[in-house]
Ligand binder design. Sequence first.
Ligand code: KG4
Ligand code: ZN
Length: 355
Amino acid sequence: MSGPLILAVESSCDETGIAVIEGGRRILANVVASQVAMHAASGGIVPEVAARAHLRWVVPVLDAACADAGIAWSDLDAVAVTYGPGLAGSLLVGLNFAKALAWVHGLPFVGVNHLEGHVYAAWLRDPDEADRPEPVFPLVALVVSGGHTFLVEMRDHLTYELLGSTVDDAAGEAFDKVGRLLGLGYPGGPAIGRAAESATACDIAFPRAWLPGTYDFSFSGLKTAARRIVETARTEAGIAGDPTAPLPGAVVAELAWGFQASVVDVLATKTIRAAREAGARSIVVGGGVAANTALRARLAADADALGIPLIVPRPGLCTDNGAMIGAAGARRFAAGERAALDLDARPSLPLATRR
Ligand code: KG4
Ligand code: ZN
């Protein structure tokens, strides 16, 4: 395979990721140092702690990525980096590091929107993987992460039309908050997914905010309902007065299942409707919540019924990583885009505007 060889740096949140990507698709190296265990102790991300952890890990991660890729600096065509959206302190570490690399090695420099990276993860393939189908335009992409939840339509590379987005919490944020309510620790998303596997139904109705006539999402009502449901379950279990007492495992599993079913139902229903109404030829899903087994299974079944190919990266490429930044960066590089070395971090950088 040919095409540009891109070194990509991601540090927008709590993963330090550096990857080497060939031709916008093939992963030659993809090293991720996760801070999850560190943030679990505080029950969430403390921005300054996250920034300092990037500072600690960025060089070892680069060394590991270079060793994995087995390339020389002279082989590289460009350095790509996430410049937003994300936590300012976290972004600054990766951005400044990538600038220094581009400057020292005289390489072109490309700024990438983190959310575009989540979309472009759908183009990635592992080195030993047989060529996998590429997403075809027009497509509808669902991005579901810890900070964002939205649907975009793409009629071509690097162009996005916003179909709808969350009006309050992101889906991942709701998973994390409800995970905490259920005593599952941080991050709640993977923990809820695992807990829900021990249940097959839930007797309690978790609400679904359909926001009819829009592709928008809302998860704050569901979060409030979940709090009330958990309080009732604690009263019924006779532990309402003891905040440290855990709910019985079977109850946690059932409530995790019910909550997850609500989120999955709304995300899948709106994505499939958007794909049908847009006349999409493929459906792409990305972001940490796309690692969720129930969401993947439901979307696969619904897309199959609709006859539209669904492309969801493997779970490790749904959560934050450098490879996805390399995939998007390669497209921008091929389109002739170059960023100046005074590029600033943009914590609230948007991806798309509403039509
Ligand atoms: O994309 P990501 O790694 O970081 C952001 O850009 O935000 O997404 C992280 C989010 C967290 O809220 C996490 O709980 C959620 O993705 N997540 C999951 C799963 N794995 C990660 N949510 C549900 N099920 C999962 N398996
Ligand atoms: Zn992300």
